[in-house]
Design a protein around this ligand. Sequence first.
Ligand SMILES: CC(C)(COP(=O)(O)OP(=O)(O)OC[C@H]1O[C@@H](n2cnc3c(N)ncnc32)[C@H](O)[C@@H]1OP(=O)(O)O)[C@@H](O)C(=O)NCCC(=O)NCCS
Length: 225
Amino acid sequence: MTPSPTFDFAAHLAAQPPATAHARTPALLVETERLVMRPWAPADARTLLAIRAAEQARLAPWIPWGKLIPTLDEQLAQILLWNQRFWSGSDLTYALFERDGAPVGAVGVHDRCGPHARELGYWLTRDGEGRGYMSEAVRAMTRLAFELYGLDRLEVHTDPANSRSRAIPERLGFTHELTLKRRVLDSDGQLADSVVYTLYHPDYLRLGLHTTPVLAVDALGRRLL
Ligand SMILES: CC(C)(COP(=O)(O)OP(=O)(O)OC[C@H]1O[C@@H](n2cnc3c(N)ncnc32)[C@H](O)[C@@H]1OP(=O)(O)O)[C@@H](O)C(=O)NCCC(=O)NCCS
């Protein structure tokens, strides 16, 4: 990965206090070399809505909600619901920002695939695509999920035809476990197949993903990773 010419992430990390094992909230802020991740805030509703409208044609083939363009109030209500789930620790939905502040997508760690497991979901804007941002974010979320939630496995589910999405778990070393037939609804409400990629904890360690440089802090600014 090419280091950012304007930001020295290694020095930034080295300047942080060591991670603590205190009682803590979910990670409110997660940083990687080029990205800053935080939950969507109520005040982001307009921005998120504008992104969804602009990206609708790109997202609709691959994301069940991709076709839906909510009203502003519905978008606000959805963010508030994500925030509730975030603080309860059940679904961590993060907006992804470049270091200069522009939102480029989102990544989520969801509690919807069984015990001791989480599922990753993600999307990028057209401007954010093709720059390695999602692989960088997913690497960070992989570490966060295993380290903070004591998982046995992490999964990615995607459409078999979604080659850009499939490339992300494949790049990180997840195993293609199976393809489920007619198992999910697509954005047209039609039954669709779903590929399942899994990363088990021993493989997370074997692949060295536990050494990914990530800064994660809780709501009081205490370092978690
Ligand atoms: C799926 C999706 C997030 C993948 O985005 P992506 O940009 O291909 O993935 P990454 O951000 O990891 O970038 C990887 C690409 O950036 C390139 N790249 C450029 N600069 C890079 C850098 N500095 N570091 C790493 N990769 C870099 C890589 O070569 C790769 O391109 P390639 O596939 O042409 O070889 C995006 O296509 C998307 O949002 N699709 C619509 C929604 C969707 O399908 N979501 C998933 C539903 S399961």
